[in-house]
Design a protein around this ligand. Structure first.
Ligand SMILES: CC(C)(COP(=O)(O)OP(=O)(O)OC[C@H]1O[C@@H](n2cnc3c(N)ncnc32)[C@H](O)[C@@H]1OP(=O)(O)O)[C@@H](O)C(=O)NCCC(=O)NCCS
Length: 176
């Protein structure tokens, strides 16, 4: 991806979510191969990544989750989700999950664009509060601070990197 290439961000409905499964899976598998702590352990195959996004597509169909994708020349280069289905006493809240950008498309503002669109779609869906957690000291942490998210604190040894090393997690919130 060149620096001048146009990025298009789209919220995927269920049909497009299923149609883009391979592109979404390629981004997830690339992030795990690159050492990102995003729920999965190495080795992590394309088929496993595809199965993960099949579950996401099923939740899109039930309106339990929003799925957004970033496209460069028709190819998926990044993605993010907003969890909508939360307990009955938290209808105003959503959770950001799985902000992922393919290593070949990083440091060109793709994640920032995905987050701006996710926040605006969440607001349009009636959400007034978003929360997320991210690897402490990772690239995501700087991005969220830059986008005006408030840091709650750090939970030590919250999760594992794909190679099994423990990693701390930082929790953030943002009002919309
Ligand atoms: C975290 C992640 C999503 C960021 O994606 P990204 O598209 O590279 O993010 P952005 O391009 O918006 O910002 C990244 C950096 O590039 C810089 N940048 C943005 N546009 C730029 C441009 N045109 N030229 C040069 N630098 C640019 C940003 O200022 C930022 O700099 P910083 O890291 O020094 O603060 C990506 O690294 C990733 O997928 N990591 C693995 C998964 C993960 O950790 N996800 C977050 C967990 S919730």
């Amino acid at each position: 991806m060149s620096a001048t290439e146009q990025i298009e961000i789209r919220r995927l409905g269920v049909t497009e979510a299923y149609a883009q499964l391979d592109g979404l899976a390629a981004v997830l598998a690339d992030c795990v191969a690159g050492g990102a702590s995003v729920s999965y352990m190495a080795p992590f195959s394309h088929e496993q990544a595809r199965a993960a996004f099949e579950s996401v597509a099923a939740e899109v169909e039930q309106d339990r989750r929003m799925l957004l994708a970033a496209f460069a020349e028709g190819r998926v280069v990044g993605t993010v989700q907003v969890v909508l289905a939360l307990p009955p006493n938290q209808p105003h809240r959503g959770e950001i999950a799985k902000l992922l950008v393919h290593r070949s498309a990083r440091r060109r503002g793709v994640a920032q664009l995905l987050m701006e669109h996710a926040e605006s779609e969440a607001r349009a869906a009636g959400k007034t509060l978003l929360v997320l957690d991210t690897v402490t000291g990772g690239d995501g942490e700087r991005l969220y601070v830059r986008l005006g998210w408030t840091k709650v604190g750090v939970i030590p040894d919250y999760a594992l990197f794909p190679d099994g090393r423990p990693c701390d997690t930082t929790v953030f919130w943002k009002t919309l």
